[in-house]
Design a protein around this ligand. Structure first.
Ligand code: NAP
Length: 320
């Protein structure tokens, strides 16, 4: 992605996260030699739709060189004019611009907005039977995941993924701020030592009871509903702790729990051209008998990721 455009997206997300206001209009002047300038960011009326205007170049450029993008109340993106942005830049805006606005929705819903991501084989496997999930997905998918980490407040995994992968959960492949790490489950002292040794970034652990979690880690005990914590309670807890948007990076049990409770707003499935024929399925839900009982996506698209594709589906009426 064009670096100046990426800085613009980071700045827009930052400003929206700070202001929380229902602004109507914002205007970016992007000069390739400077940092993107937010020239105007004003409330004009109470409309929930927004207009993002992007100048690529100096302010006194012809009108036809200005890109105008309309963002409606459901975060649908309509490109009204492409200005002097290249087709690739417009595609990047279509994919990433909506996520910049999600903290407004979180404030309205009073819960964190969740975006789940998996890299999976053609037959829906996210790891081999022994738990190996490295190298599913291409380099572009990794860069995408790091962009998403930079565009969200928190990155969340289940305890199984922590033990199996020991992921760093930070932003390395693009410019951006590291999100807060969030782990769900019953952690042991060894897990906590592992979290601390991987990185210094803050960690939130959400579990049924405080076992083994040491003082430096922010622990939140939530009462279970049966054997599990309600995922909607997790999203409310995160919101109350300043996490407005969360990127859920698996594994299967955790993501399936969220999906079964309709607690995923956007689902990103990177499809890798491999067949495992065995291994761990990404999604495990109670058996259904009729195709009509399947989870349906109200809106979806298939986005190019290098030479592969990513399914992006919206649940809960959210159009991203
Ligand atoms: N390909 C990919 O994109 C990808 C991404 C991530 C992971 N993976 C792979 O997935 C595998 C791990 O997945 P997994 O399904 O075994 O484990 P997981 O989903 O990472 O973790 C499951 C654990 O999380 C806790 N948990 C999740 N939801 C909960 C809830 N609502 N209430 C209470 N606790 C909850 C429980 O912990 P406790 O049992 O401790 O209470 C549960 O046992 C690994 O092999 C990893 O490599 C692949």
């Amino acid at each position: 992605m064009n670096q100046v455009l990426w800085k613009t997206l980071l700045k827009l997300r930052h400003e929206i996260g700070l202001s929380g206001d229902n602004f109507r209009f914002c205007q970016f002047n992007i000069d390739v030699d400077e940092l993107p300038k937010l020239n105007k960011f004003s409330e004009r009326n109470n409309s929930t739709s927004k207009q993002v205007v992007i100048f690529l170049g100096k302010l006194n450029i012809p009108h036809s060189n200005i890109a105008k993008i309309h963002v409606d109340a459901n975060f649908n993106i309509v490109v009204q004019s492409t200005g002097n942005l290249a087709a690739e830049e417009i595609q990047d805006l279509k994919v990433y611009l909506p996520y910049c606005f999600l903290s407004l929705l979180a404030r309205k819903e009073k819960r964190a907005i969740s975006i789940a991501h998996f890299a999976q084989s053609l037959d829906g496997k996210i790891a081999t039977f022994s738990g190996d999930s490295k190298r599913i997905g291409n380099e572009e998918n990794l860069i995408h995941a790091h962009r998403m980490r930079a565009l969200t407040d928190g990155i969340m995994i289940g305890s199984g993924t922590l033990r199996s992968d020991k992921p760093r959960l930070n932003v390395r492949l693009v410019e951006g701020v590291n999100p807060t790490r969030i782990v769900i489950g019953s952690l042991t002292e060894t897990d906590c030592t592992c979290l601390r040794s991987i990185s210094n970034e803050p960690v939130i652990v959400i579990g049924k009871e405080k076992q083994g979690v040491e003082n430096e880690i922010s622990f939140h005990a939530l009462p279970p509903n049966g054997s599990k914590i309600k995922c909607t309670d997790i999203l409310t807890c995160l919101y109350e702790n300043g996490i407005h948007t969360v990127y859920l990076e698996g594994g299967a049990i955790t993501t399936s729990n969220f999906l079964s409770e309709s607690a995923i707003d956007v689902f990103q499935l990177h499809i890798s051209p491999q067949i495992f024929g065995s291994g761990k399925s990404g999604i495990c839900l109670p058996q259904i008998n009729e195709v009509g009982e399947a989870i349906q996506f109200q809106k979806f698209s298939f986005e190019p990721v290098g030479n592969t594709m990513m399914f992006v589906g919206r649940l809960n009426g959210l159009a991203v």
